[in-house]
Every structure is written in C-alpha cells, then in structure tokens.
Design a protein around this ligand. Structure first.
Ligand code: CP3
Length: 374
C-alpha cells in the first residue's frame, strides 16, 4: 500500500511510467533516476549527490556568507533556494538537498541557539530536567514555513530535472543537541537523562516527533521528493540502547513521513553495528558511512533496502586517479544492483577542492558509460 502511494506521488511530479525489469531502460532525468533508486527500481545509471554539497568549500557560498549569517540564509527562501540551486548546478548532480539546518526546529520549540564560528552550534539553555522538557512547545511548527517556501522555489526551478531532498534531524540526534547544549564527545548528559529519567526522555522524543512530522509535511507539500532524516550521532549508542530508547520513536517518524507519500533516507555515522536496527525503522534507504565496505554493509541488510554512500569525504583531497579508483570500487561493490545512490559517507568538509567533487561526479557517470558497453 505504501509503495503504491509513493508510486502515485512520484508519477504526479516526475511523470514517469513504470519500467518493466529486464526491458531496455531509457535515459532518465536526475529526479526520476534518484527517486527510482530510493525505491530499488532499475535506473539508467547510478544517481549521485553529496552530503553538504552546498557549503563553505564552495566560493559562491562564501560570497553569500560574507553578507549573511547562516540563519539569515536559511530564513530567506530566495537566498536558501539560490544557494541550493547554485551548488547542484555547479556539481551537475542528480539531486538537490535544500539549504537549511538540523537545528532550525529548536527555535519554535522555545530554545535559543547560535552558530559560533569554529565552535558549531551552541544552545544557550540546554534541556536538562523533566521541567525543561515540559516547557518545550510543539504547536509552532508553522513558523518553519520558510524552509518549505525555499523548497517550492527549488522545485519551480528544476522541475523534474533533479530530485529535491527535504530533511530533518532524527529524534536522538536533536535531543542530544538540546541536552548537551552543542556537540559532544561522550553524550554524558543525554545518556544520563535517557537512563535515569526515562519517562521524561520518551516525552522529549515524542515532542520532537510531533514537530518534525509537521516540518516534514510542509516540505513534502512544497514538493520535496524524498525526506532525509539525519541521525548523525546515533553511532554513539550501543545496539541495546538504540533499540530500547531510540528505535520506537524513530520508527514512528519514518512511518509517518512515508505515509505522506515519499521515500525516507535514514542517515547516521559510525553505524556499522547499528545498521540492522536502523533498518528496523522501515526506512527506504540507509545512509552508509565509509568505515564498512558498501557490499558488506548491504549484504548484512540482506539487500532489503536501498543504500546511499559511501566514499570517505576526505578522499576528495586525493589526486584524481585515487578518487576515480575509490569511486569505481564503490560502484563495483554495488554491482549494478537496483537501489544504490552514490554519495559520501559524511558531509563535504571545508577546503575540499570543488574540482575534485566535480570529478567524482564524472567518475560515477564514466563508470556507467563503460559498463553499459561491456
Ligand atoms: O548542502 C547541504 O547539505 C547544506 C545544508 C545543511 C546544513 N546543515 C547547512 C550548514 C545540512 C543538510 C545540514 C545538516 C546538519 N546540521 C547536520 C547533519 C548533517 C551531518 O553532517 O551529519 C548537523 C549535525 C547540523 C548541525 C550543525 N550545523 C553543525 C554541527 C554545524 C557546524 C559545523 C561546522 O563545520 O562548523 C552547522 C553549521 C552549518 N550548517 C554549516 C552549513 C553550511 C556551516 C557553517 C556556516 O556556513 O557558517
């Protein structure tokens, strides 16, 4: 049922007739290629995009950043759309992720934060007690409408040429930012609350899901083809803790978003041992970091979902010949099986040479061209 609702949604915006397996596969638009891969359908070639493809490594972004703060860019749909579009066009990728940030929902929940240069995000009054959790608002998600507005602009620009990715944080990763007050090494405050005030922990995750579900809905209604849920720091959890304290609420969010008619990509870092449990959320696609070879990770999932990844982002600092070798190795590991989206294992870092990112896209294309003629 789910698949058929996704099917009708997909064909609504991307206008694609179903393709029979084994028949000649016609050339596709980036949008069709990307969404079909998320659903493990055959594609003409592996779709490619990059985590953090719009960001500080890109001179065009630096120019915009000189005049505007990160939050200003996020909150002005015209600017956010421009940054999104510029990066996707410059890289010639198959999908564009909307320029926004994981922490934006904090504001409408009543938490002030800022991005401090070199420090990452800082939440001024971290959430530490059951009372703090009780005070968090869940009725103001409509204030996040600027992200949906930016998506609508990107959709109007690309039409079906590219897949449009909306995103939000996963309950655990957002809760950890709220509780720690920023990035963390050991997640001591987060895990303490999780273990010792488990009821309050569950209420916090439920509140987050309520806001995130609304936020995702706005993005889907604005035309996002896929929603990516970032659980960037889930790798800090043992399998037992993930399953007991995180999986149930995350599964609810994944299912709720899928019921809106779009596939879900669920992404985390350092997750080799967690992948089978992350798969239990029911996500259509799992993001893989680079620490496990793609074929091993996918086999461990019985190929029962699509996978996205998994080049080490720092490989983009290497000479082109090594980048080519690593890109082709990942494509070899995927083995032409439907359901692979080429990406990095985590985001592009500052100072990455833009031309190397462009080369990586070319290497993905070149591989498809060579293999089609074999
Ligand atoms: O193309 C894109 O992917 C850009 C859109 C985007 C941003 N943040 C803009 C941004 C996305 C998808 C995010 C997600 C995000 N935000 C995550 C999950 C992704 C991941 O890497 O796992 C996380 C953990 C955050 C929270 C966050 N925002 C941090 C930790 C930082 C500081 C990072 C640093 O290196 O300084 C940010 C700031 C941020 N968000 C930047 C950008 C482009 C860089 C800061 C800037 O431009 O001033």
């Amino acid at each position: 049922m789910l698949t058929s609702s996704v099917d009708s949604m997909m064909s609504e915006r991307l206008q694609i007739p179903p393709i029979k397996t084994g028949s000649e596969i016609p050339t596709m638009t980036g949008g069709t290629r990307f969404v079909r891969a998320c659903l493990r359908r055959p594609v003409d070639r592996t779709p490619v995009w990059f985590l953090r493809q719009a960001g500080r490594y890109m001179p065009e972004y630096q120019v915009v950043r000189r005049h505007h703060s990160l939050l200003e860019i996020c909150k002005q749909p015209k600017l956010a759309a421009e940054v999104t579009i510029t990066a996707a066009e410059k890289l010639d990728v198959d999908a564009a992720i909307i320029f926004a940030d994981l922490l934006l929902p904090f504001e409408c929940m009543g938490l002030d934060f800022e991005f401090q240069a070199g420090e990452g995000p800082v939440i001024h009054k971290p959430v530490r007690t059951a009372d703090d959790i009780a005070r968090l608002r869940t009725d103001r998600a409509s204030e996040l409408g600027y992200v949906a507005e930016a998506i609508a602009r990107v959709v109007a620009h690309f039409k079906d040429r590219l897949g449009i990715i909306g995103f939000c944080g996963a309950p655990f990763t957002l809760a950890s930012y709220m509780i720690e007050g920023g990035g963390s090494r050991n997640y001591v405050h987060t895990k303490t609350l999780m273990y010792r005030e488990t009821d309050a922990w569950r209420r916090l995750l439920d509140k987050l899901v309520k806001v995130l579900r609304e936020f995702a809905r706005q993005q889907v209604e604005a035309g996002a083809d896929v929603i990516q849920i970032f659980d960037s720091w889930a790798g800090a959890l043992s399998i037992e803790d993930y399953r007991e304290y995180v999986l149930p609420t995350t599964k609810t969010l994944v299912r709720d978003v899928q019921a809106m008619g779009v596939p879900v990509i669920y992404f985390g870092v350092d997750t080799a041992s967690l992948l089978p449990s992350m798969h239990d959320t029911g996500a259509d696609v799992l993001g893989l970091d680079w620490r496990t070879p793609l074929d091993r990770a996918w086999r461990g999932l019985d190929h029962a979902c699509a996978v996205q990844g998994n080049l080490d982002p720092i490989t983009l600092f290497a000479a082109p010949e090594l980048i080519r070798r690593r890109v082709h190795q990942i494509l070899d590991q995927a083995g032409g099986r439907p359901g692979h989206i080429f990406n990095l294992g985590h985001g592009i870092v500052p100072n990455t040479p833009v031309e190397n990112v462009q080369q990586a896209v070319k290497f993905v294309r070149e591989y498809a061209a060579v293999n089609r003629h074999e």
